[in-house]
Ligand binder design. Structure first.
Ligand SMILES: [Zn+2]
Length: 157
């Protein structure tokens, strides 16, 4: 198990567990997460909702994922980031802060504590407010051909 996951779960040997915690950022900006560790070893998938706090659909979707994903049936680990940008969520704005200082701190914690620990990452968004969006997905071309191929094939299927 990756060290960060062990620290968050406070276990080293047990599998098939669910644990919820807050990643510390600042008062009012700590990030609620849930880690679901499967019975069998496998890759780590991070699902991130609430980067834009006014986009409620992914936030609600991860609540359903948490309720319906059984660690007994899972291989690997799933990290659910329920609301990545809590100040944005609470203020019902897409972005938070004119200077970006708190957003930068949130981005740093998310990068260090979630993104760098995951084998796969899906950043969930939707239209906010009264936006009507056509469903779509996209991927990044990276400097790593294998990562680009995996990303492309995952979003295309
Ligand atoms: Zn968004």
């Amino acid at each position: 198990m990756r060290p960060i996951l062990a620290a968050l779960l406070l276990v080293t040997a047990l599998r098939a567990q669910v644990a919820s915690r807050h990643l510390k950022v600042a008062p009012g900006a700590d990030i609620p997460i849930t880690i679901i560790q499967g019975r069998r070893p496998g890759p780590t998938l991070a699902l991130v909702a609430g980067i834009h706090g006014y986009e409620y659909t992914p936030i609600l979707a991860l609540q359903r994922v948490r309720a319906n994903l059984s660690p007994e049936a899972l291989s690997g680990t799933v990290i659910l980031v329920h609301v990545a940008n809590l100040p944005s969520f609470l203020k019902r704005t897409i972005y938070y802060g004119p200077d970006g200082a708190l957003s930068e701190r949130i981005a740093h914690v998310l990068t260090a504590e979630v993104i760098e620990k995951a084998d796969y990452l899906i950043d969930l968004h939707c239209g906010d407010g009264n936006e009507s969006l056509r469903p779509y997905s996209y991927w990044m071309r990276t400097g790593w051909p294998s990562a680009s191929r995996t990303s492309s094939s995952t979003t295309s299927s």
